[in-house]
Write a protein that binds this ligand. Sequence first.
Ligand SMILES: Nc1ncnc2c1ncn2[C@@H]1O[C@H](COP(=O)(O)OP(=O)(O)O)[C@@H](O)[C@H]1O
Ligand SMILES: N[C@@H](CCC(=O)OP(=O)(O)O)C(=O)O
Length: 449
Amino acid sequence: MVSATPKGDDKFTIVVKLGSSSIVDENTREPRIANMSLLVQTLVKLRREGHRIVLVSSGATAVGLNIMGFEKKPKRLAVKQALAAVGQGKLISMWDGMFRLLNQKTAQVLLTRNDINDFAQFRNAENTLLELLDMDVIPIVNENDTISTQEFKFGDNDTLSAITAGMCNADFLFLLTDVDCLYTDNPRTNPDATPVFVVKHMDNLDVNTKSSGSAVGTGGMETKLIAADLATNAGVTTVICNSETPQNMLDIVRYSCVADAELRASEEQIVAQSKEEFDRANVDELENLQKNEIPLHTRFLGQPKNTVKNKEFWLLHGLKPNGSVIIDLGCYQAITRKKRAGLLPVGVIGVEGHFRHLECVDIKLGHKDNKTGKWDQSKPTYHVGRGRCNYQASEIELIMGMQSDELDSVLQYVDTEYVVHRENLAFPLHPDQELTELLTELKLEFPGH
Ligand SMILES: Nc1ncnc2c1ncn2[C@@H]1O[C@H](COP(=O)(O)OP(=O)(O)O)[C@@H](O)[C@H]1O
Ligand SMILES: N[C@@H](CCC(=O)OP(=O)(O)O)C(=O)O
């Protein structure tokens, strides 16, 4: 049984994401001023307790809809971008006006995925955020919708907030939305949906999040789970709770510090739970929440910190893959062993997509036909990790399967013998379900961090 005694001396970095449906009323399209001002008061309170706060605010398009008197979200990209341009200025001025009443300084940070495609630029964005936090400023982050093309979009602000949380090494990510927590099904349409209180590990999480969210929101619950997966892998405890009662964050942070330490105490690395373990943890958690009078929320436990290092986090989540390099089992073993090797052409059996030099690709394990020595495309491939390639797709197609000393005669130049250098390879904390099953069958391990 947890006794949630606040320690009081812990200072955290807390990223708070507010969805469009919490900023703009989905029926009247007017700003939800009460919601926003309650959030401002809470964030300032957390700041004054010494925590470092980042606000990721959606709502530019929704505010733009209201200003321009549009009935529905438009379909055409240029119109959406124009609306976001109209709305973002008003949005930031509403936030800044409210924070200024409490003498809290803010900064506007607009990011696109393209901005962080280069590691130096990723570090720049990271350094700017950290500098602002050191100055006690609250950065207000949104996607730079006006210049994001579809190809370079984060896609939704849930993902953006998780990347932001990873960037500033946050302790908590709060996804504030228009429902109290994650349910087993959409509570708007299924009255029998029941709350999920705590998730120790995202694998085997059995909930239905397929149905879309509010009329002004983008991703529904689905993108919040993707964000929770991404953030928890970067060591960030992620919470879904209701934006109408943001003051609950104060209690949840205090409770989580004590409760999560106890939940983690028995396990060094938090591993996937069975359905029974999951149900039991949920029942125990409800008891603890009631005993400590902690408001309803869903908490996803962050994995131990620093397990995915900064550059690996950038490779895995900052970059958008433009294709795949398919490798054989020997290559998989070489690049994932304790003393990791770089990825050599001899281990490559296939290429997918049209990527260029230094672009990001998915690394997949494929099946090599023993007779032909070629990639057997009738068998499944398994996602292993990501990497930045030293050669473009068409070059890799020419050199795959070759020994390093043969490259020159085919390419007429050789920059490096590696298709991907080992420091440009990254593996997630856990393999997905299919790869796990294959590795168990082959008695192989996934690389530790
Ligand atoms: N399993 C689920 N649990 C909770 N909400 C769900 C679930 N599946 C779908 N939803 C929907 O997701 C919505 C929240 O997503 P969205 O409208 O995009 O919010 P935001 O604008 O805050 O990002 C909820 O209003 C709810 O209708
Ligand atoms: N950048 C967009 C937000 C898109 C988005 O993810 O919205 P939501 O699902 O409400 O968090 C905007 O400001 O309109």
